[in-house]
Write a protein that binds this ligand. Structure first.
Ligand code: MF3
Ligand code: CO
Length: 290
């Protein structure tokens, strides 16, 4: 941690003196570190001003997903979903974060059935009755990022697929309930994992959640197969995503060699994912978008 005088301006950019701002907070962190905990760096802590702006971004993310929820049905192509997301985002003065992100060619990720994540919208993918699809929306508004995704069942789906979708949503709800300040993030991930395993499912290991807000992907990286009492402490002002990818079969996955984005299950069985962005608060957590 950098040395900073008590009368210097706080590192958080609030303009307040350090002693009146994050001084006590840093002392508490230092104590916890001495007790052997992993503590977050300052760049993982959002200021109240940043939080307000990220919340505005989150509201747009929610509105875009609400639009998708109202219009998605059998016969729609994933390219149409991409068009909706582009239109609904830009008409609110925002930018779809995936567009051109590390070369991603579209505005949203659409992952159908055995696709785990990062599916690329296409004219060729026509949603069929019985499909399950994850629509993963991320927004940049006035430079601030938000990220969330939902599953949609197209028409009647098998009861096996419906259960996978429902249990994965429960996993996220359980994760949210385990976001408690000053506790290790591994507790949250292990609770998510436990619920999936109890239902006979597996959770993807290689891809997880992430800090978000000032950038698209920030520290910490968030595992949903973690052990209790591991990982960085969750502290007020941290923001990250809870986004487990839950597989009906094994946790093995691979990335499409041709498009270099689409991730699928190795065994071809379905996978589901829901994603929320959360803010750690003094008392628990606040869901910024879903
Ligand atoms: N929204 C995804 C996430 O949860 C990121 C997708 S990156 C993209 O992190 F480029 F594929 F869109
Ligand atoms: Co994410």
């Amino acid at each position: 941690m950098e040395t900073i005088g008590r009368n210097d301006a706080c590192w958080c950019g609030s303009g307040k003196k350090y002693k009146k701002c994050h001084c006590q907070f840093d002392e508490k962190l230092k104590e916890l570190q001495q007790e052997g905990h992993i503590i977050p760096s300052h760049d993982m802590i959002k200021t109240p001003e940043q939080i307000e702006k990220i919340k505005e971004s989150g509201k747009i993310n929610i509105a875009v997903l609400d639009y998708v929820a109202e219009h998605i049905k059998a016969g729609v192509t994933t390219q149409q979903i991409d068009d909706w997301v582009y239109e609904q985002t830009t008409s609110r003065g925002a930018i779809p974060a995936p567009l051109n992100y590390e070369g991603f060619p579209k505005s949203v990720c659409t992952s159908v059935n055995d696709q785990v994540c990062h599916g690329i919208p296409s004219e060729d993918v026509v949603l069929q009755e019985g499909d399950i699809i994850n629509v993963d929306v991320s927004t940049i508004y006035h430079g601030y990022f938000s990220d969330s995704s939902r599953m949609f069942c197209i028409g009647e789906v098998s009861k096996e697929k419906k259960k996978l979708v429902d249990v994965t949503k429960e996993c996220v709800e359980i994760g949210i309930s385990q976001v408690k300040p000053w506790t290790p993030i591994g507790n949250m991930g292990s609770a998510v994992h436990k619920h999936a395993v109890e239902n006979g499912y597996s959770v993807v290991r290689e891809i997880g959640g992430h800090g978000v807000g000032v950038e698209f992907h920030e520290d910490p990286w968030v595992s949903f197969v973690s052990e209790e009492n591991t990982g960085v402490l969750m502290v007020p002002g941290m923001m990250f995503t809870i986004e487990p990818m839950v597989n009906m079969g094994s946790d093995e996955i691979y990335t499409d060699e041709i498009d270099e984005w689409t991730v699928r299950t190795e065994d071809g069985l379905p996978s589901a994912q829901w994603e929320v962005t959360v803010l750690v608060t003094e008392t628990g957590c606040e869901v910024i978008c879903w």
